[in-house]
Design a protein around this ligand. Sequence first.
Ligand code: DC
Length: 231
Amino acid sequence: MKNKKPTRVITIDGPAGAGKTTVSKLLAARLGCAYVDTGSLYRGIAYEVCRCSLNWHNDDELDTLLSSISFELKLQPEGVYRLFSSGQDITDYIRTPEITMLSSDLSAKKAVRQALLGFQREIAKNSDAVFEGRDMGTVVFPDASYKFFLSADLKIRALRRYNESITKEGQQKQTLLEIEQSIALRDRNDSSRENAPLKPAKDAIMIDSTELTPEQVVDKIAAYITREGNF
Ligand code: DC
C-alpha cells in the first residue's frame, strides 16, 4: 500500500484582535486548504463548563468533564468548520463575553491543554491546513511547515473587535473601552500562564498588522510561502 503523503501545517498565532481569523480564512481559501480555529475548542470547553455549572477550580470535577467531552469539527460545504459537542452544534453559543473570558481562564489549566493537544494533532492528519491559535507554532505543531505570529496595537485590536460586534449583533453589547479592557486582561492571562503561554515560536515570522488590511497581511504571508517553495 502507498504511504499517505504527509499533510502540511501553517500556524498563525497571536493575541486577540490581531486579525488571525480573517487572515487565516483568506489564506486557507487562497491556498485551497482547510482552516482550523483552535480557540473555538477552548471556548467549547468553557461552554460545557457553564452548561454543567461546573466548579472548574476543582481539578477532579474538571477532569471528569474533560474525559466526557466529545468534540467534532465538521467541515461545512462553504469551507468553514462548525463545532459539535456530543452531537450538538454549539458554534453559535461560544462567542459571548462570558465564554470568551472563561475560555482564557480555562486555557491556563494544564489538563485542558492536554485534553486538546491530541485532538488538534489528529485534525492535522486529515488535510493541509492553516491552524490559528496561541501555541500552534510553539507547542502543538513545533515542526509546522510555516509559522507566523500576528500582532497589532491594543487600541486597534479593540476597535476591530468593536466593529465586528456591531456587524454581527446590530447593536452593542460592550463599549469600546470594555472590549479594550477585556482584551488587555486576556493578553495578560494568555501570555503569563505557565502552560503554553502566548508567545512567538523562535522560528516564527513576525507580522505587525496595525497598519495593514487583512488582504495585505495575506499577501505578505503568501509571498513568503511562495518564496520558500510551493505550498
Ligand atoms: O482565539 P480565541 O479568542 O477564540 O481564543 C479564546 C481563548 O482560548 C484565548 O483567550 C486563549 C485560548 N486559546 C489558547 O490558549 N490556545 C489556543 N491555541 C487558542 C486559544
